[in-house]
Design a protein. Structure first.
Length: 119
């Protein structure tokens, strides 16, 4: 009879050990799933910000055409450098504009995409 008591204790021990291992695996899977969803959401929001920045860049470039301060008379290296820095400035200001405010176009696109794709 003593042998059966030890077997029962061993069975209880193994059952508890397996249950705890299964719970840990479930917890790890849940954490991995949450991390994957966060990474997916971050990538989606980044794409939305890039899209909004692109739209603002186009707006600023069109605005700049209407008030060209530097004129088209200049030729050569100086003119090329001015154009390069103007383009660079427009890109930077567009990226900054896209990240301003909680009601940005990027935020609205992100929320809409999450609803549409069930993310």
């Amino acid at each position: 009879m003593n042998d059966l008591t030890n077997l029962s204790a061993y069975t209880d021990y193994m059952t508890d050990t397996n249950r705890m291992a299964a719970e840990q695996i479930q917890k790890n899977l849940t954490n991995a799933d949450q991390a994957a969803k966060k990474k997916e959401n971050d990538a989606l929001f980044d794409a939305c910000k890039q899209f909004e920045a692109y739209l603002w860049e186009q707006v600023y470039k069109e605005m700049q055409k209407t008030v060209d301060l530097f004129g088209d008379e200049e030729d050569g290296y100086a003119s090329n450098m001015v154009n390069y820095f103007k383009d660079s400035f427009v890109q930077n200001i567009s990226e900054q504009t896209a990240t301003q405010g909680s009601n940005s176009l990027a935020q609205m696109l992100y929320e809409q995409a999450k609803r549409n794709y069930g993310l």
